[in-house]
Design a protein around this ligand. Sequence first.
Ligand SMILES: NC(=O)c1ccc[n+]([C@@H]2O[C@H](COP(=O)([O-])OP(=O)(O)OC[C@H]3O[C@@H](n4cnc5c(N)ncnc54)[C@H](OP(=O)(O)O)[C@@H]3O)[C@@H](O)[C@H]2O)c1
Length: 349
Amino acid sequence: MQIGICLYGFGNVGREFVRVLVAKSGYLKSRHQIEVILQSIVTSKGGIVRPEGFGAGELLRLAAEGRLREHPEFCEHSPEQLERWVPRNAGGDMPRVIVDATWSDLATGEPGLSRLRRACELGCHIITLNKAPLVADFDGLVAAARENSVQLKFSGATAAGLPTIDTIRVSLAGAEVTSIEGIMNSTTNYILTAMSDEGLSYEDALNRTVAMGLAESETNRDVAGIDTACKVLILANAAMNAGKKLSDVKINGIADITRRDIARWAMEGRSVKLVGKAVRQNGDVVIEVGPAAIPHRDFFAQVREDAKAVKFTTDLFGELTMVGGSGGLTAAAGSALRDLVNLAGALRP
Ligand SMILES: NC(=O)c1ccc[n+]([C@@H]2O[C@H](COP(=O)([O-])OP(=O)(O)OC[C@H]3O[C@@H](n4cnc5c(N)ncnc54)[C@H](OP(=O)(O)O)[C@@H]3O)[C@@H](O)[C@H]2O)c1
């Protein structure tokens, strides 16, 4: 099966996705019979379209340099003119996929939301690592995908390396999820661990996550708890039919936590973690994010450094807890590849 890809975003994640695609191209062919043809790369100022696909060497060079705009084929045009960037199917029926590795406004989901809706109308499948369109209008986007018979995949927007949405959809299929609770942001978990174990100040710990490339480019979304809130919200809307907006989520971040707070909790036998929760209560779903001082004997207290964890409570399978999912950019890019493999599987007759 050949699959054409239009990649939106050539920053940290977009470039790593290209590296992963090149590294895995042989494996994708031999193990999954998938040949990926990367046909266009689009950034905020324009992009390059190559209907026949880029070569591996050129892709690696572009990913290393990151200077798309200096490429002789770079066209300066609005990224939102989707028809320009998605090559037409020249008589064939090759599935086309938009991979969205850009940023959008969390309140409106734009410009990503309109772009992804338009992609559905054009018959393109969607893999989005960009949370904002899903946060702003999850139900609308799902409906647009369904109406146009295209796949919508977003494991990279819901904790990436930690399998969350796929676990719910495949491994917990048939069960009602009554709560989702998790440590879903590597940056904040690393900061809190470094403050606790090494006595670093909040600022020093934050700076280290930036230097390590762990923090996302919009650091405030991590430390203010917004990134965690987005992930829990998307999962609650996808798995619990919560029908909630970001404004329904009570959010507290970690920026006010001091070394003194951490020392006090340690004296009480507790570790602080940034926890996101969605709980079904009296016919509603209550979603909140905030620091929680967790007894050392509890499982979540053992989740350290850049690891993440999630606990699902269900009617059929009881509690399921998973830990891991660190891996930074490679795991983020890997989650888009996972979505691609699963998407291809769903398209096979
Ligand atoms: N970092 C992670 O580990 C991780 C994990 C999961 C998900 N994500 C998500 O992945 C996305 C990208 O993150 P990143 O760290 O790669 O960001 P980044 O390094 O800032 O790169 C963003 C890219 O998006 C492009 N862009 C911005 N607005 C655009 C628009 N309207 N149309 C087309 N392209 C546009 C930028 O273009 P220019 O080059 O012209 O500026 C840039 O190439 C974010 O939504 C993030 O939340 C990240």
